[in-house]
Design a protein around this ligand. Structure first.
Ligand SMILES: [Zn+2]
Length: 223
């Protein structure tokens, strides 16, 4: 096996997991990491039935996964619910992978603007409620982001893009530098590209329904 295919990264499936399934059959990775935006009409494990047991499956959420209660439930209450990587570092196939799901939301924190709230409690108090709407659940919160920054990892996976992309955010680049990662893989923008940021960190955008390996190379769909 090509060691660069040990872990594969899947760009926004938007309901079509066939390219990922084909790549797992062809390249037999130890693990796959899904970069968000699943548009699930059934629980995630239903879509991935063919490859469960063949490889480890890990994920972060994208903005679409908070769009409706159904899409949210089919991810966060799926059989793979405990495989989320958001806001922590997980050792996967010998590599420390940090995850940051969700997106920046103007009503919560839209860098480089200052955050609107100290944390979720601060926001909830101000609204006189105990429940966070899905929209707000899918946001990147400043305090959680700062906590992630104190951890160390080899790879950072995000839904939003870092500063390497014209629609990216410099704070994600700063997060990567602080965590000491060598690579960032992200989805959301539906574009395959490679870039370099500070400290020679390599950034790989993975387009929708595309699969990339540890070198950031896009793998062919055909099996
Ligand atoms: Zn997205």
């Amino acid at each position: 096996m090509n060691p660069k295919n040990k872990i594969l990264f899947a760009g926004d499936p938007h309901g079509d997991f066939n390219p990922l399934i084909a790549a797992v059959h062809r390249y037999k990775p130890e693990a796959v990491v899904l970069l968000g935006d699943y548009d699930l009409e059934m629980p995630l494990e239903t879509y991935l039935h063919d490859i469960i047991g063949l490889t480890q499956i890990w994920w972060i959420a994208g903005n679409h996964d908070f769009e409706t209660p159904c899409k949210h439930k089919h991810l966060f209450h799926s059989a793979l619910a405990d495989k989320g990587l958001h806001l922590k570092v997980t050792e996967i196939a010998g590599v420390r992978i940090a995850g940051l799901g969700g997106i920046f939301l103007g009503r919560v924190w839209y860098p480089p603007q200052q955050p609107k709230w100290l944390n979720k409690q601060h926001y909830l108090h101000s609204q006189h409620t105990n429940t966070l709407s899905l929209k707000y659940k899918g946001a990147i919160w400043h305090d959680e982001f700062e906590a992630l920054k104190t951890l160390k990892a080899d790879i950072l996976v995000t839904h939003e893009a870092p500063g390497a992309h014209r629609h990216g955010f410099d704070v994600i680049s700063e997060l990567a530098v602080a965590m000491g990662v060598k690579n960032i893989f992200h989805g959301h923008l539906h574009e395959n590209y490679a870039g370099t940021i500070k400290n020679n960190i390599k950034v790989f955008g993975v387009a929708n329904r595309n699969v990339a390996n540890l070198s950031g190379n896009t793998l062919r769909h055909e099996s």
